[in-house]
Ligand binder design. Structure first.
Ligand code: XUL
Length: 533
């Protein structure tokens, strides 16, 4: 690689692997590297990066695997002659909600890390809990109900923490560990999220949890931007000192530690910018720059996220986090399990041999589908919570019907999905001005047409591979600029050089008006569907 100017490095410790993306001063990608947990570290016997418990609910990953992956990733970067000395700042993204339990004495170990040994050799014995719960874990229903009962119900928990109690949220995971593994909890000196854990390794000292990823714990008061003492109290004793104080995501957590400096040649002044969760980092990586810019990622699962200033916490749907690039603002995240696999199943059921054929079927019907509405729940749904799978079709008068013609069915799956997104996004305070569509299904014009008309805003398309790692790199640059200026620099200024996405669809006003009518009907029918199953 040619001698580089100033670089910013972003890491992403996701469920299945660890990635690095480096950008230059103009935020152009100059280097990428990655490690896949299953393929590159087979000794840990993970499948998709995780271990699944016999109960079908517990899902964990050993933290020493994540440590070993860091050794391997940095060895790879070194072999690729990556210019470590040019890195001005580094930050990390981590899968949200996962937690790491450092044993008493671990901080001393971290501070004494030697450059002539791997991290793995030195950190094997520092974890009080050797299997870290991750976001796929859903074994804490009892803790969730206990939290909601103690704090005044789901809406009361959401009002403070931004989300009702969710099984994967870290506070509920900590509560379960404190109850089931009391001795291990007692022996814990510090709890990290996956994001702050990676920053801790980089610094050789405990890195703080940031306010944005910290919002995924059911513990943070997202408006006061501090741990909520009642939420801590109902979780586990002595939790505040184990978590440390949360900080805004753009602040300098510290300098790169001596182990990384001496082993790989980082400059001593290289800053570690506070790490954050993968969804917050993706918000940064997609460079959503104006209020009202939202993103919809159409993948195996569909995810909608948005920056917003006036959040409306809901005890039913969605998550509100502190915004990772604007500490005065918020971001909303709404997850759907029924995404591409469900669209694909409908495409096959209507015998459309490809997405063009599917688009042609959709075009045979008019927006609003003659008043017909369908719910396609192939997988138990998160938004709204529908635990039993099934397909529910309704005719123009709201009467249940057993089937639709292929063209009505094709339109119904798309309209149902986007009406649901419009309904639940508006319920948490999202008012879109533009939509950036990403993910596999965003190449499909029929999908984007319905999206633009349902929301009544222009849709842009732009796939951003590795948006979380890229977002961590952008945030490294943002944090570094803020530190250099000794003042907050708007993120939009930092990403001004990133090319904007291309417009894929403009809304049709008449179609949008039809959908505004459909939405009322959809909301009514959704109540019936969620009540009867
Ligand atoms: C978000 C969530 C997932 C993980 C995936 O709440 O649980 O998106 O962050 O890594």
């Amino acid at each position: 690689m040619a001698k580089a100017a100033r670089l910013f490095l972003g890491l992403d410790s996701s469920t299945q692997g660890l990635k690095a993306v480096a950008v230059d001063d103009a935020l152009k990608i100059v280097h990428e590297s990655s490690v896949n947990f299953d393929a590159d570290l087979p000794a840990f016997r993970t499948q998709g990066g995780v271990h699944r418990g016999a109960d079908g609910l517990t899902v964990t990953t050993p933290p020493i695997l994540w440590v070993t992956a860091m050794d391997l990733l940095f060895e790879r970067l070194q072999r690729e002659s990556f210019p470590f000395a040019a890195v001005a700042a580094i930050s990390a993204s981590g899968q949200q909600h996962g937690s790491v339990y450092w044993k008493k004495g671990a901080q001393k170990r971290l501070k004494a890390l030697r450059p002539d040994r791997t991290l793995r050799e030195q950190l094997e014995a520092v974890f009080a809990v050797t299997e870290s719960p991750v976001w796929m874990d859903s074994s804490t229903t009892a803790e969730c109900r206990a939290r909601e009962a103690a704090l005044g119900g789901a809406q009361a928990v959401a009002n403070v923490t931004g989300s009702r109690a969710y099984e994967r949220f870290t506070g509920n995971q900590i509560a379960k560990i404190a109850r089931e593994q009391a001795a291990a909890y007692e022996a814990t000196e510090r709890i990290s999220l996956v994001s702050s854990f990676i920053a801790t390794l980089l610094m050789g000292d405990y890195a703080p949890i940031d306010l944005s990823d910290g919002s995924g714990m059911n513990l943070l008061d997202i408006r006061r931007k501090a741990w909520d003492s009642r939420a801590l109290k109902v979780t586990a004793p002595g939790l505040a000192e184990r978590l440390g104080e949360p900080v805004p995501s753009h602040v300098v957590a510290g300098r790169i530690g001596p182990q990384f400096r001496r082993r790989y040649g980082f400059a001593p002044e290289c800053a570690v910018i506070t790490a954050s969760g993968d969804n917050p980092c993706s918000l940064a990586g997609l460079a959503l720059r104006r209020p009202g810019d939202i993103a919809i990622s159409l993948g195996t699962s569909d995810t909608l996220f948005a920056a917003l200033s006036d959040p409306k916490p809901s005890g039913r749907e969605g998550h509100l986090f502190v915004n990772p690039i604007d500490p005065a603002g918020y971001m909303a995240l709404i997850c759907y399990k029924n995404g591409s696999l469900t669209r694909e199943a409908v495409r096959q059921a209507v015998r459309a041999e490809n997405w063009n054929a599917f688009g042609a079927l959709v075009a045979r019907t008019a927006p609003g589908n003659g008043g017909r509405i369908g719910f396609y729940i192939r997988e138990p749904e998160i938004t709204p919570p529908i635990l039993k799978a099934g397909t529910f079709r309704f005719g123009p008068e709201g009467e249940p019907v057993s089937e639709f013609s292929p063209e009505v069915e094709a339109r119904a799956v798309l309209e149902g999905q986007f009406l649901s997104m419009r309904l639940h996004a508006s319920a948490v305070g999202i008012a879109p001005a533009t939509i950036l569509a990403t993910g596999g299904a965003s190449v499909n014009p029929a999908v984007l047409r319905v999206m633009a008309d349902v929301f009544g805003v222009p849709v842009f398309r732009g796939d951003v591979p590795n948006s979380a790692a890229l977002g961590a790199a952008y945030r490294a640059c943002h944090g570094w600029r803020c530190a250099e200026k000794k003042a907050f620099v708007p993120f939009a200024e930092v990403v001004a050089a990133v090319p904007g996405a291309t417009k894929a669809a403009d809304p049709d006003a008449a179609a949008h008006a039809v959908y505004t009518q459909s939405l009322l009907k959809y909301a009514e029918l959704e109540k019936r569907v969620t009540a009867c199953i």
